[in-house]
Ligand binder design. Structure first.
Ligand code: HEC
Ligand code: HEC
Ligand code: HEC
Ligand code: HEC
Ligand code: HEC
Ligand code: HEC
Length: 422
């Protein structure tokens, strides 16, 4: 006959086993690293500092983050996927390696839509020091987050989104699923054991009591294992938010300065439904959207709300002939070329796709990050608006005969450096 003590023992062993499983899972999830070539990457502080300097001097950070995909792949763990020698060759002249027929180089080149990474006149040691910086950043993520956000010349290169939240969410989700599965299995085993014991007639009273004991939810919730797991999850979530916050340091997205006149898009474009083009006269026809001159305001305000102090400022501006000094919100660096009519007129893209719900804003706010990664992402994912555009008919025909997916902006050269850079 089975003794109750044995039953209790079995129960305890199962619970221990479950807890052990959980901790093993945590370890596996947190430490999927340490492979072959990583150890060839130095960890000296001086070399790391040199690598960090080169990483921004050579503008690697325009296209790469350590932890997330941007224009190019996330660099973390690249020394786990490739040989060090391969990395030297790729960074120094990726095109040569691709042309040589190297399978890995061709695979990644294709994965990134045939975007050519520029050549870099760097020595092997310099590339290795960049890898040292990458490894250091990968292995000490929060401290490095702020540093990677600023380009060498002080211009801000914005990171989008922050740490790859989808991975963290997947990990947390997986942990919860594992936990639930373990609990179910546990319940089943205990149920079977219980049933077996209940069928035994020869249990004494004390044993009967233990076997028939009801499952106590409160006691379970208060058990150290459960509290431990919940605390762990809370800490992970909190850490994720802090890290996300660090990644957005210096991002211009959300910039919302106070303007010299309390002009409201909500009133004009929203409530009174004035067309954007009425004021931003350039969007359909030119590179710039244009900010309206006082004259355009005067079309209405010579008669509307004439005694409002805000409108008085318009009269003062008209009298003095000085333009109103609106604070510019969206501003690409000079090296980048962006054309409104290409996007609004030819591309058929709504203002709101890039600027957000302007007609609901009292004060305009920058909606998009305006980084190179942002431009490129959209070019990769957006199909061309070719309807009624004779210019595209031949191209579309050609494209459709070779490819199954619709023609994207990348197919007309939307990833070529010279299209966006003077
Ligand atoms: C203009 C954007 C751009 C710049 C600047 C850039 N890269 Fe790249 N990089 C890419 C792209 C895109 C790829 C993907 C392969 C391809 O399309 O050729 C890539 C791939 C790589 C790879 C291979 C990654 C892998 O998973 O195999 C490494 C390593 C790399 N880059 C390092 C660097 C370093 C170091 C610098 C600075 C010295 C740099 N890159 C500058 C765009 C860039
Ligand atoms: C009655 C004139 C008027 C209309 C209509 C109007 N705007 Fe504006 N817009 C302005 C003025 C004036 C400014 C500059 C002051 C400010 O930022 O609020 C401006 C600023 C902006 C800016 C920010 C420019 C910068 O500095 O980067 C955007 C973006 C913008 N408008 C988009 C729109 C869109 C989209 C619509 C249509 C839904 C629209 N506007 C309708 C007058 C107008
Ligand atoms: C097509 C007509 C029209 C144009 C053009 C126009 N406005 Fe207006 N504006 C209005 C109307 C209508 C109101 C709302 C009046 C009300 O609240 O009774 C208004 C309200 C305002 C107010 C709020 C005044 C207050 O004290 O409540 C300001 C400020 C203003 N406009 C500034 C401007 C500026 C600056 C421009 C030029 C960039 C401009 N408006 C162009 C029609 C126009
Ligand atoms: C594909 C994205 C995109 C679309 C669509 C778009 N814009 Fe813009 N807009 C930008 C970018 C990028 C800038 C910054 C340009 C720069 O600094 O050279 C900008 C700047 C502006 C400015 C600031 C002044 C200027 O001339 O640069 C205004 C005003 C503006 N947009 C209005 C509009 C309006 C109105 C529409 C719709 C009719 C529109 N935009 C559609 C991306 C877009
Ligand atoms: C919301 C999506 C979107 C965003 C964001 C966007 N673009 Fe585009 N872009 C397009 C589309 C669609 C076209 C194709 C228009 C056409 O049919 O010619 C295009 C075309 C272009 C072209 C012409 C390409 C060619 O081969 O003729 C340039 C240059 C360009 N974009 C620059 C930029 C820059 C710079 C940015 C970022 C500041 C940007 N775009 C952001 C959608 C976008
Ligand atoms: C679709 C448009 C687009 C294409 C294609 C594009 N860029 Fe950019 N690039 C931008 C924009 C916009 C910026 C400025 C945004 C920023 O500073 O984050 C930028 C910034 C840069 C910078 C950073 C300059 C600095 O001072 O921070 C470098 C370097 C660069 N691009 C190189 C390239 C190279 C090399 C290619 C070709 C592989 C390329 N870009 C293709 C839009 C583009």
């Amino acid at each position: 006959m089975i003794k109750t003590t044995n039953y209790m023992l079995a129960k305890r062993i199962i619970v221990r086993f479950a807890a052990a499983c959980l901790f093993v899972c945590c370890f596996v999830f947190s430490g999927v690293q340490a492979y072959a070539q990583r150890d060839a990457v130095p960890t000296d502080e001086a070399i790391i500092a040199e690598g960090e300097k080169l990483f921004s001097e050579w503008a690697c950070n325009t296209c790469h983050r350590v932890d997330q995909k941007l224009v190019g792949p996330a660099l973390k763990g690249v020394y786990d996927r490739r040989s060090i020698d391969w990395i030297y060759q790729f960074v120094q002249n990726s095109q040569r390696l691709i042309a040589s027929g190297d399978a890995q180089a061709n695979a990644i080149y294709e994965e990134f839509g045939g975007l050519q990474m520029p050549s870099h006149d760097l020595t092997d040691d310099q590339v290795l020091s960049i890898m040292a910086y990458v490894r250091h950043t990968e292995e000490n993520p929060p401290a490095a987050a702020a540093a990677t956000d600023t380009a060498g010349d002080g211009t801000q290169v914005a990171a989008e989104g922050g740490i790859p939240s989808k991975y963290l969410n997947i990990i947390i989700g997986a942990l919860i699923v594992v936990l639930v599965l373990i609990l179910i299995v546990l319940g089943l085993i205990i149920g079977v054991l219980k049933k077996y014991l209940q069928d035994k007639a020869d249990l004494d009273e004390e044993d009967q009591e233990v076997v028939n004991e009801k499952f106590d939810l409160m006691a379970f919730v208060k058990s150290p294992t459960v509290i431990g797991i919940i605390t762990f999850l809370v800490i992970v979530l909190a850490a994720k938010n802090v890290i996300d916050g660090l990644y957005t340091v210096g991002v211009q997205q959300g910039y919302q300065p106070t303007q010299p006149i309390a002009f409201s898009h909500k009133i004009h474009a929203g409530q009174y439904e004035i067309d954007c083009q009425y004021c931003h006269t350039g969007v359909e026809i030119g590179k710039n959207a244009n900010i309206p001159s006082v004259n355009i305001c005067m079309n209405c305000h010579s008669a509307i709300k004439t005694d409002s102090p805000e409108i008085q400022k318009l009269y003062a501006a008209q009298e003095s002939g000085e333009p109103i000094e609106w604070v510019r919100i969206h501003n690409l660096p000079d090296l980048a070329y962006f054309n409104h009519s290409q996007h609004v007129n030819v591309g058929g893209i709504a203002c709101q796709t890039c600027h957000g719900e302007i007609q609901e804003m009292e004060v305009v706010k920058q909606h998009a990050p305006l980084t190179m990664g942002w431009c490129i992402d959209c070019h990769r994912n957006t199909s061309l608006n070719t309807k009624g555009n004779g210019y595209y008919d031949k191209l579309v025909e050609l494209h459709n005969s070779n490819a199954a997916t619709p023609m994207k902006v990348t197919d007309i050269g939307g990833l070529e450096c010279a299209k966006c850079h003077y």
